[in-house]
Structures are given as structure tokens and as C-alpha cells.
Design a protein around this ligand. Sequence first.
Ligand SMILES: [Zn+2]
Length: 292
Amino acid sequence: MPELPEVEVVRRGLANWVAGRTVAGVDVLHPRAVRRQSAGAADFAARLTGTTFGAAQRRGKYLWVPLAGRGQGFSMIGHLGMSGQLLVQDPAVPDEKHLRVRLRFTDGGRELRFVDQRTFGGLAVEEAEDGDPEGTPVSIAHIARDPLDARFDDAVFVAALRARRTTVKRALLDQTLISGVGNIYADEALWRSRLHYDRPSATLTRPQAALLLANAREVMTAALAVGGTSFDSLYVNVNGESGYFSRDLDAYGREDEPCRRCGTAIRRAAWMNRSSYFCPRCQRVPRVRDGG
Ligand SMILES: [Zn+2]
């Protein structure tokens, strides 16, 4: 499953390669790849043909390209699923084995190809929020911005986190509060902040909440730097693997290995059908106050 850094690499690639170009034609080679287009593949192709792409946008792991010209008010959203790739490819290059959708441009230059072996991903043209310059699709307007987004509001997040009746890791994974923080980044940010994952978020002081946010941002920035190194200027490519190498991790995946701060063995606990990795000494279990 691509994480935020890979999606950001794709966004940058799209911004470099397709912004300002007008779609000449669309070939849907597998209907499953456009199944989110309720009126079907022909409708998907008709809505894109003749429109001009704007600058690609991202919110958390959601990616879209606002449409201009005759597509004004709509955006093409891309779901990468488990194995989806968007490739910017010379038209002379033979079709990829798992090519699902091809977009040709009026300039005759590089095509945009959606390749997806497992077909969990797909493309769709969706209505954008009324008057939104970023063309945010209505279906994802409720998703919060991520901390790498220039318009993420730190003060609003800190206040909202402290106002929630939830636990701190649940809050980090709550996409209406903050997006882009997956299980790995949450565990890393909590370890850096010396916070246990089950700590009630309302018990955080303002500096603790601000530190947690700063640490989440730092972890994601580091992951982005690593993920970004695989970016080839000719390819907009997602390989489905996290760009964050395990050697960079302090907590996640390090069960029984010594904490890099205090030497205590890192523990793994079952947590909401996933795992939480933490140092039992640096990240103390919160005291139960009122049975809540
Ligand atoms: Zn420790």
C-alpha cells in the first residue's frame, strides 16, 4: 500500500508532466479501473477528452488533478490502491502488461498511463468543491490536510487533539483530524514524543501536543526525503512499497530490540487489528483515572 511519501512523489511527477496539457483521447483497457465512474468508461473518456489538466493536488494519500477548460469544476481523482502506478510514457513504448487506462494529449507528447496489476486502484472524474481553487473532489473534502501541507493549521490541530475524547494514537490515525499519518509514522512519532499510544489525548499539555505534531512532521519529512530519491524524472512511479527504510525506524518493527534511547526491549502490542510498537520505559502506560 503506497504511503504518503510515494503519493507525494506521484503528485510532483504529475505536476511536472501533465499540468497545462489537453487530453486528446482516452483508452480504457479494463473497465474495473474506472468502476468509480458511475456512468461508465465511455462517460469517463468523454468527460476527460478536450479538458486541460491543472496542477496535481494531494490530501493525505488522496491524489487528484483539477480540470480546466471544458472540464472546469471537475477533477480527475486517482486511487492507487495496492499496486497502482501512473507512468508518463513515450507513445512509442509498448503497452505495459497491466496497462488499464491510457490518456493521450493534443501535443502528441508523453502519454499518461495507469498501470495496475491487482486493479484495486482506479481513476474517476468527480465534481469539485464549488469555487475551490485546488479543485478538491467533493468526496474527499472531509479529509483533513496532512502536516506537510503548507495550509495545515498547527494551532487548530493542537486544540482539536486536546478537545477529543479519544486516545492519542487513534487521534493520529483519524483522517478528519490529520491525514497522512499511517501506523508506522504514528508509532515513530509517539516514540520520539515519549507518549504511550493509549494516552487519552485530552490529557496532553499544549507543549506535548505540539511536540507530537512536530515529531510526526519530522518522521514524514524524513520518509519523503527517502521516498523521493527513487523519483525518476521520466516516470511518475509508485512501487507499492514504503519509501521509509526499516533502518530508519526507532520503534516500528523492532520488537525485542533495544530502545535506542534507554536500551529497554521494544514491545509489540495488538492494537485495533494492527500492532503498536513502543518502549515500555520511555512510553509509560497511562494511569487509569476514572475507568474511562
Ligand atoms: Zn526507551
